[in-house]
Design a protein around this ligand. Structure first.
Ligand code: SAM
Length: 217
């Protein structure tokens, strides 16, 4: 069973995502194990301090190295071969082809969620991959970690209902976006489903879908 462990100061954020829909089903079916490690547990002193001011000055606080190193060590005890992934706007941009590769990997993953102004750079010495979800800054690495885990888990065989579901989706060939889709009723508020989709002519439907798929930018 593939393990996904997330190191975060706000593990409660993962509850809704991990306990719903496909993520819930993938755990029920013992395809994946999803868990969180509360970074605060490894905080220092009576106040369980996890952050401190940056050397050299500057605004904001950084996650301290000691709690992060201890949390990664704990996660590695659970899954010694797991790869460590750091959420950072500096990382490689996440995309479907990488999600596909990671869904096929035998090993698990440990995600580190930064907070505040970021983290002490020395944590990078423990990290196998640095990943960004896009060229914008979020408050923490939790939403990126959820996004990445979701995109991987749904590609693991057995998680989605129809095994072709993922193969025909947007980006599955690296560049094509899925064609428009419609469901019943065939007309709603004067808006009609294209006739060809109601025709039963499979060749014509396939052609229409090909003509109406788009190339990603
Ligand atoms: N000071 C940092 C900078 O300018 O790059 C931003 C820190 S951000 C407020 C806090 C944390 O959120 C980051 O350390 C990272 O873990 C996470 N984060 C924010 N945006 C992200 C993105 N686009 N992709 C991945 N992680 C991100």
């Amino acid at each position: 069973m593939k393990k996904f462990q997330v190191i975060s100061l706000f593990p409660e954020m993962f509850t809704g995502v991990f306990e719903s829909s496909m993520m819930w089903k993938a755990q029920r079916d013992e395809i994946v194990q999803l868990s969180t490690i509360n970074l605060r547990t490894f905080g220092i002193g009576p106040r369980q301090q996890v952050d401190d001011t940056p050397y050299g000055g500057g605004d904001g606080m950084l996650l301290k190295p000691e709690p992060l190193f201890a949390a990664v060590e704990e996660a590695k005890k659970n899954d010694p071969t797991a790869k460590v992934v750091l959420m950072t706007p500096r990382g490689q941009r996440w995309k479907q082809s990488v999600a596909q590769n990671w869904s096929e990997a035998e090993h698990g993953y440990i995600f580190i969620c930064g907070r505040y102004e970021g983290y002490d750079e020395r944590i990078v010495s423990l990290v196998d991959e640095q990943v960004s979800v896009g060229d914008y800054v979020l408050t923490g690495g939790e939403l990126p970690a959820m996004t990445i885990i979701d995109s991987i888990v749904r590609l693991i065989p057995g998680v989605l209902g129809g095994e072709d579901s993922a193969a025909i989706e947007s980006f599955s060939d690296g560049e094509t976006l899925e064609f428009p889709q419609y469901t019943k009723p065939s007309e709603y508020n004067g808006l009609a489903v294209p006739d060809v989709l109601l025709s039963g002519n499979h060749a014509a439907i396939a052609q229409w879908r090909a003509d109406n798929s788009f190339k990603a930018e």
